[in-house]
Design a protein around this ligand. Structure first.
Ligand code: PLP
Length: 411
């Protein structure tokens, strides 16, 4: 048997992960969704849990648009026109008007002079991998935040820059120090950061980062480029949901986002200078050699973007913000530690793997789904429960979470 030597190795590793409480493969399977009614948002039914219904506090769908009839209609309409799959990668024959139109609308939505191009990927993960591996060369210095998403960490590994420096979370002094220190080693520098940090709901000081980048631009023959992944920020942060850029009042050179969180659909994208986008279409491997999102997904995302870019969108962002405030206040009132700004990610810091496990179990017994985040996803000592509030939740739903937490036995 070709695998008989590997099976015991992998079995031991899986047992180790289970024992440490950090395994992720024991997934819940949703088999039914009960629509919102009166003061209750949607409830979810899980295989193996009988007729129990659960309040989902771990969805990224911040605008609550995933069941919106207008978005569903846009998806089915596009699917009827173009079929269920793209049939080929973009440059072969996989490009439809849905893709092209969505790319243009994303660029307009995030508009800024000199950033007029947009480009879709099959996911934000693929967008990060493709963009970074194309923009980082063996003569590039990469400076990146310690708490960046796994996609950025892996993309930098794949890109193999001449030097990669990781600065402590949001430490712009350290960031600037690296730009000074390694200028002689590289032709180009790339600063890479999450906008909203996915595990904490806090944001990068993008205004300061942009100022530093501009100040040091002359030190590098090909300049200093700032690349931001604001997958959690777009549609959830800033008065009109334009994300971290809007909140801090500064725009990155290259912005990466997802269609699979606030916009309720699926896929990833990049907006940047039109020439950078054209260059990426020629060089980003996850774009060239992998199928795009379906026309249906593009249609759904386009309709959701239109809703976001309207008074209703602003109201939805504000609802999620207010509910998050209610939750933060409730956590603090019951002696729990939390962090973050106005973002609908509301972490409850347990700072302990076992306590995280117990709290997730307690919430589950109270029919609330929330995700325990432990090492290595976060550094040791920063273990947490990540709650995510959406505009589909109600005030009563959030109160239900607070009441359940108040019953958790204090040590
Ligand atoms: C910061 C960040 N970037 C990228 C991704 C990946 O998004 P997608 O599911 O569209 O690949 C995530 C998902 O959790 C994320 O938090």
């Amino acid at each position: 048997m070709p695998t008989n030597k590997l099976v015991p190795v992998f079995s031991a590793k899986l047992a180790e992960l289970d024992a440490s409480g950090t395994s992720k493969r024991h997934e819940h399977t949703i088999f039914a969704v009960i629509p919102a009614k009166n003061d209750r948002g949607p409830r979810y039914m899980l295989l193996g849990q009988g007729d129990k219904t659960f309040l989902r506090m771990n969805s990224n769908s911040y605008l609550g648009l995933d069941f919106d009839p207008r978005v569903i209609e846009a998806e089915t309409g596009a699917t009827h026109l173009f079929g269920v799959g793209p049939g080929a990668v973009r440059f072969i024959s996989g490009t439809s008007t849905q893709h092209v139109e969505l790319e243009r609308k994303l660029a307009v939505f995030h508009g800024r002079a000199g950033r007029d191009g947009g480009m879709l990927f099959s996911s934000a993960y693929a967008a990060v991998l493709g963009t970074l591996s194309a923009l980082i060369t063996d003569k590039t210095l990469v400076v990146s935040d310690k708490l960046n998403h796994n996609s950025i960490i892996n993309a930098i590994r794949l890109a193999r820059p001449v030097k990669s420096v990781v600065y402590p979370h949001c430490d712009v002094v350290a960031l600037e120090g690296s730009l000074n220190q390694y200028a002689s080693m590289a032709k180009r520098a790339c600063i890479v950061t999450d906008g909203i940090f996915s595990m904490r709901g806090d944001h990068a000081p993008l205004d300061e980062i942009m100022a530093i980048a501009r100040e040091h631009d002359d030190k590098y023959e090909e300049g200093v480029l700032v690349i931001v992944d604001d997958s959690h920020g777009v549609g959830a942060f800033g008065p009109t949901g334009r994300g971290t850029e809007e909140y801090v009042g500064a725009k990155a050179d290259v912005l990466i986002g997802t269609l699979g969180k606030s916009l309720g659909a699926n896929g990833g994208y990049v907006v940047a200078d039109g020439i950078i986008i054209e260059y990426l279409r020629e060089t980003a491997p996850t774009y060239i050699y992998s199928n795009p999102i379906t026309a249906g997904e593009a249609g759904a995302a386009m309709r959701a973007l239109q809703i976001l870019d309207s008074r209703e969108g602003m109201e939805r962002v504000a609802i999620a913000r207010k509910l998050a405030e209610h939750l933060r206040f409730g956590l603090e009132a019951h002696g729990f530690e939390t962090i973050g700004d106005e973002h609908p990610i509301v972490p409850l810091l347990t700072r302990d793997t076992e306590k995280t496990r117990k709290l997730v179990t307690h919430l589950f017994e109270n029919r609330i789904l929330a995700t325990g985040i432990t090492y290595p996803v976060v550094p040791r000592g920063e273990e947490e429960i990540r709650f995510q509030v959406t505009a589909a939740h109600t005030y009563q739903d959030i109160t239900e979470v607070i009441v359940a937490l108040s019953r958790f036995p204090k040590e």
